[in-house]
Design a protein around this ligand. Structure first.
Ligand SMILES: Nc1nc2c(ncn2[C@@H]2O[C@H](COP(=O)(O)OP(=O)(O)O)[C@@H](O)[C@H]2O)c(=O)[nH]1
Ligand SMILES: [Mg+2]
Length: 443
C-alpha cells in the first residue's frame, strides 16, 4: 500500500479500534485524518474544509437504522474523502479503438507508462501498438523499444528522425487496424511554447481520442496548476499519476486533480511494467478501509431506512414490543446474508464460519417464532405462558427453550430501551450511542 493509503488506513483503524463514538472520539479521529492528509501533501485549506464538514455531519447526523455509530462515522469519512480524492467515479478508461497521446513534463513517467499500458491492454486482449514520438531525449526510443520487447508489444520509432509528425504518420500506417495505439511524446522541465507547438502538431496529425496527462505523485499540490496549463493548451481528457508507490505522498496530486475535474484514470505504483492500476476514488478508499463493498452495503441500508419507519426516536416513544423487535430483525435481514454484512463491517476476522452460520440460523428461527405469535402476543410478551409457548413451538417448528432464548434476548433489548428512556438527553444521548455501538441483537 502506498503512503496515502497507509495513512488513511490508520485513520480508519482508529475508528474501528474505538469502543465508543462520542464527540471526543470524533474530534480525535478528525485530527488523525488532518495529519494523514497534510503529510500526504493535501492542501491545508482543503484539509480544513473537509474536517469541518466531517465534524458537522458526525455530530449532527442521526445514526441510521441497522448501522452502528462506528459504521456511520466510517461512512461519513468515506463520503468526504472520496470527494477530496476525485469524487464519485464518473467513468473508467475505455481503450478499445482508441488513439491515445501521453503528455507531461520530463521525468513524469510517460515512456514507462506507455509501456505499462501497452502491457495492461494487450494482456486484456487488445491488439496494441506503441509509437515513440519523443525526438528530444536521445535514449527515448531505445527506452521504449526495450520495454516493448520485454512485454512483447509491437512498437514503432525512427531514432534518426527529428520530426515527430512524420514518425506518427508512419507509425499509424504500421498499426492500421490495431485496437489501441499509444503515443509517447517528449517533455520539458517547464511547459514552454516550443513544447506546446510540438504537441499541438502531434495532436493535429494523430487526432487522438484521448490525451492523457502524466503527473508524478511527488509534484504535490503544484500538479493542479500544471494540469490546468496542459488542459488549456491541449484539452486533456484524463490524468495518470505515477510514483504512487513507496514514499511518494500522492494526496496532493489527487486532490489537486480532483479540483480540475480531470479524471485520474490510472496510478503507477512502481518501476516494473506491471505496476499500474486503474484508479477510482471509491474503490481505492473502499479497499483502504478494508470494506469490500461498503457502498453496496450503505445503499441497501439507505433503502431499508426508507422502507421501515423505525427510527431511534420512534423506538423510544412507546413501549418496546416484540413486534418492534421483529421489525428490527427484518431490517437486519434485508441488509443481506449475515456473513456478508459482518465482513462488510470489517468484523470478518472475528467470527468464524460456524459461528456465522449459527447467528444466521438464530435470526431465521427468531423470525419463524415471532411469525407464529398472535398480534396480541407480539404486543405484550408478558402473556406468554407455558401453553402459549408450546403452541408457538409447534407452529414454528422450534423447541420451547429456543422461544425462551428469544424472549431473553428481547427482554435484554427491552431493558436497554427502558434505560435509554430514563437516561435520555435527547435521542442521541450517551446511552443511545452505547446501544448503537453494540448493535441490535441478532445482528
Ligand atoms: N517508483 C516509480 N517509478 C516510476 C514510476 N513511473 C515511472 N517511474 C520512473 O521514473 C523515471 C522517469 O520515467 P520516464 O518514463 O522515463 O519519464 P518520462 O520522461 O516522462 O518519459 C524512470 O526512472 C522510471 O522508472 C512509478 O509509478 N513508480
Ligand atoms: Mg520519456
Amino acid at each position: 500500500m502506498n503512503f496515502l493509503g497507509t495513512k488513511l488506513k490508520g485513520v480508519m483503524d482508529k475508528i474501528r479500534g474505538s469502543t465508543f463514538i462520542d464527540e471526543k472520539t470524533v474530534k480525535e479521529v478528525i485530527k488523525e485524518m488532518q495529519r494523514a492528509l497534510i503529510q500526504s501533501d493535501v492542501n491545508i485549506k482543503t484539509v480544513l474544509e473537509i474536517s469541518k464538514k466531517i465534524e458537522k455531519r458526525a455530530l449532527k447526523e442521526k445514526t441510521m437504522m441497522g448501522l452502528s455509530g462506528k459504521e456511520q462515522l466510517v461512512k461519513i469519512f468515506y463520503d468526504e474523502l472520496v470527494e477530496v480524492l476525485g469524487g464519485e467515479s464518473k467513468k473508467t478508461f475505455d481503450a478499445r479503438g482508441k488513439k491515445v497521446l501521453l503528455v507531461g513534463m520530463f521525468g513524469a513517467g510517460k515512456t514507462t507508462t506507455t509501456a505499462k499500458l501497452g502491457k495492461y491492454y494487450s494482456k486484456r486482449g487488445l491488439k496494441t501498438g506503441l509509437i515513440a514520438a519523443d525526438v528530444w531525449r536521445p535514449a527515448a526510443f531505445e527506452q521504449l523499444k526495450q520495454n516493448a520487447e520485454k512485454i512483447n508489444v509491437p512498437y514503432y520509432g525512427e531514432p534518426e528522425n527529428k520530426d515527430p509528425v512524420e514518425i506518427i504518420r508512419h507509425g499509424l500506417e504500421k498499426f492500421k487496424g490495431f485496437d489501441l495505439v499509444m503515443v509517447d511524446s517528449a517533455g520539458r522541465h517547464g511547459l514552454d511554447q516550443e513544447l506546446i507547438t510540438e504537441i499541438k502538431a502531434i495532436k493535429e496529425k494523430l487526432q487522438p481520442h484521448e490525451i492523457l496527462l502524466v503527473l508524478s505523485a511527488d509534484m504535490g499540490q503544484s500538479a493542479g496548476k500544471q494540469a490546468q496549463l496542459f488542459h488549456d493548451a491541449l484539452g486533456v481528457t484524463g490524468v495518470i499519476v505515477t510514483k504512487m508507490d513507496g514514499s511518494s505522498k500522492g494526496g496532493g496530486v489527487l486532490s489537486a486533480c480532483a479540483k480540475t475535474e480531470s479524471p485520474v484514470y490510472f496510478i503507477g505504483t512502481g518501476e516494473k511494467l506491471e505496476d499500474i492500476e486503474e484508479f477510482n476514488a471509491n474503490r481505492y478508499l473502499s479497499r483502504i478501509m478494508g470494506y469490500g463493498d461498503l457502498e453496496g452495503l450503505l445503499e441497501k441500508v439507505r433503502e431499508i431506512t426508507a422502507e421501515t419507519d423505525l427510527s431511534p426516536e420512534d423506538l423510544l416513544k412507546g413501549n418496546f414490543t416484540l413486534k418492534m423487535f421483529y421489525d428490527q430483525l427484518e431490517a437486519a435481514k434485508k441488509i443481506g446474508p449475515l456473513n456478508k454484512v459482518v465482513s462488510m463491517m470489517g468484523l470478518g476476522g472475528q467470527l468464524d464460519k460456524s459461528e456465522l452460520k449459527k447467528s444466521e440460523e438464530k435470526l431465521k428461527r427468531f423470525k419463524h417464532i415471532i411469525d407464529s405469535m398472535t398480534e396480541e402476543e407480539t404486543l405484550n410478551s408478558d402473556i406468554l405462558n407455558k401453553s402459549r409457548i408450546l403452541r408457538i413451538s409447534r407452529g414454528s417448528g422450534t423447541r420451547p427453550e429456543q422461544i425462551r432464548e428469544l424472549l431473553r434476548e428481547f427482554k435484554k433489548t427491552q431493558k436497554m430501551m427502558k434505560m435509554l428512556k430514563k437516561g435520555k438527553r435527547g435521542p442521541l444521548g450517551g446511552l443511545m450511542k452505547k446501544f448503537e455501538n453494540q448493535g441490535f441483537p441478532g445482528t
